[in-house]
Design a protein around this ligand. Structure first.
Ligand code: ATP
Ligand code: ATP
Ligand code: MG
Ligand code: MG
Ligand code: MG
Ligand code: MG
Length: 283
């Protein structure tokens, strides 16, 4: 098929490939969520429902794009790590960035009423997105450590700030000035002595953020083959039930496959343990 005489304009579209063999980290961040959270009455400092909605959108992204091997979320942001060798959309930068950002955003809106059922959305939320390319596992680990350290710093500050305001009756201006110049140990001390709060007893979701990984899991249970054959009705009934419950049935001569599932943790990703247990993430 020959094109029209207008088709030359297509040549102005320049390729935007991402360097092969590098780690891509795609981060989305809510646009003006300070305003969005206050206009929709999010609980301060951490609205758990809103965080669960973010997690839901991130899980949808991971279920759609199997080359994402790790995701980390906090507040209004999520970072997604692609496997080094991904060839998703031929590694076209804008195609990957816009599709993932768009899916995340539409899932956030699509599922809003499930998590915040009594809060009508006043306007369409927006997320920005960027892709940063890292050359080696060291930078990838440091990237995720940077984000989780940020979670910790923000959450500790916010925990004390909102305790001072909500329980201590301080004005927000006073709370800011009380906290100005304080180091971490002093913040723990204010929380403990003034409000009887042990920082470590605060929900891990708030302190550590959300971590999604893909892991092989055993099928829930395996129905024994004895007494059944592919032809008889009993086998068919069991087989139908198993399918509807996501259980894998063993078949003659075939091994039961382990299934990859996206799992959510609120764990440390700064130390070595997380990475040592999952060497495939950085391969
Ligand atoms: P920008 O458009 O530059 O990202 P922003 O207003 O979104 O601006 P951020 O630095 O991204 O600023 O911070 C997000 C803000 O959204 C937080 O400071 C917090 O006030 C609010 N927020 C996000 N998630 C929650 C939540 N689950 N509960 C309470 N507040 C939240
Ligand atoms: P890609 O992800 O590469 O864009 P695609 O399936 O979206 O793949 P497009 O070339 O963008 O392919 O074409 C969009 C297709 O969507 C059209 O070919 C048509 O089949 C369908 N479509 C879009 N809008 C309408 C509409 N209003 N009514 C009927 N069909 C539509
Ligand atoms: Mg910002
Ligand atoms: Mg934001
Ligand atoms: Mg943010
Ligand atoms: Mg299309």
């Amino acid at each position: 098929m020959t094109g029209s005489r207008y088709e030359y304009v297509k040549n102005f579209e320049l390729p935007d490939p991402i360097l092969p063999g590098t780690f891509m980290v795609l981060r989305i961040d809510g646009r003006a969520f300070h305003r969005l959270s206050s206009e929709h009455g999010f609980v301060k400092p951490n609205d758990e429902r809103a965080l669960e909605l973010m997690d839901h959108a991130a899980r949808d992204v991971m279920n759609e794009f199997k080359d994402i091997v790790l995701a980390f979320g906090e507040s209004d942001e999520y970072s997604f790590l692609f496997r080094k060798s991904t060839s998703l959309y031929n590694r076209r930068h804008s195609k990957i960035l816009t599709t993932v950002t768009s899916l995340f955003t539409s899932s956030y809106v699509y599922n809003w009423s499930r998590y915040l059922p009594n809060i009508a959305l006043k306007y369409p939320p927006t997320f920005d997105g960027r892709i940063v390319v890292y050359p080696s596992p060291k930078e990838v680990r440091d990237y995720f450590a940077w984000r989780q350290a940020d979670t910790h710093i923000n959450n500790l500050y916010n925990a004390v700030f909102w305790a001072l305001v909500q329980q201590g009756g301080e004005t927000t201006a006073n709370a800011h000035s009380i906290l100005r110049g304080t180091v971490s140990s002093q913040k723990h001390e204010i929380l403990h002595s003034r409000f009887g709060i042990n920082y470590n007893s605060i929900s891990a979701r708030f302190r550590k953020g959300s971590v999604f990984v893909r892991e092989r899991v055993q099928p829930v249970s395996v129905v024994p083959l004895e007494g059944y054959s592919g032809q008889n009705k009993a086998y068919k009934d069991v087989s139908d039930r198993a399918t509807s419950e996501g259980i894998l049935l063993p078949q003659k001569g075939k091994k039961v496959k382990l299934r990859f599932t996206v799992l959510l943790y609120h764990c440390d990703i700064i130390g070595d343990v997380f990475w040592d247990q999952r060497p495939n993430i950085l391969q």
